[in-house]
Write a protein that binds this ligand. Structure first.
Ligand code: INI
Length: 157
């Protein structure tokens, strides 16, 4: 899998975003939030609202409740593998739930949820050697918000 940070081309002027942050593993998710806020600020987002939920499992419901009021949602979480299958259930629920929200509502929901085997892997992706996946998720939400408004432009026609 590529480890490059997507090139920054974002223009978020006039667009409203909600960032939903899981408090579980907050040492990581707060860094993802910083990355997302940096990207949205650089891109000139008209407004950014931040909401918290207990864990990644709760991200889809929060995103569903917010989706119709925003141009894009950035969902941030960190699921770190433990000794039981709980990890798989939480990851699957978050990924499928967030995808379902975006398909049902048409509002882009960016998947800024780290799913790693170790804390060190999560740290490397939350402002460490592999960049900041919160930043990347915000860039994705900006791009897809434009896609929703003018799909033909977004695909270069
Ligand atoms: N939630 C996370 O966001 N990350 C985790 O690593 C995690 N682990 O390991 O259990 C986690 N569990 C909580 C889950 O998201 C729900 O909040 C909980 O099951 C209540 O619904």
């Amino acid at each position: 899998m590529s480890r490059e940070t997507p090139h920054f081309t974002g223009d978020a002027r006039g667009l409203k975003f909600a960032v939903v942050v899981s408090r579980f593993n907050s040492g990581i998710t707060e860094k993802l939030l910083q990355g997302a806020q940096e990207a949205l600020s650089k891109a000139g987002a008209a407004s950014v609202s931040v909401f918290y939920v207990p864990g990644a499992f709760e991200l889809p419901l929060a995103a569903r409740k917010l989706a119709e009021a925003y141009d894009g949602i950035i969902a941030l979480g960190a699921v770190i593998r433990g000794e039981t299958p709980h990890f798989d259930y939480v990851c699957d629920a978050a990924a499928h739930g967030l995808l379902q929200v975006s398909l049902e509502t048409g509002t882009p929901v960016a998947f800024g949820v780290l799913t790693t085997d170790t804390l060190a892997q999560a740290e490397a992706r939350a402002g460490g050697e592999h960049g900041n996946k919160g930043y990347d998720a915000a860039m994705t939400a900006i791009e897809m918000a434009h896609f929703g408004k003018a799909p033909s432009k977004a695909i270069g026609k």
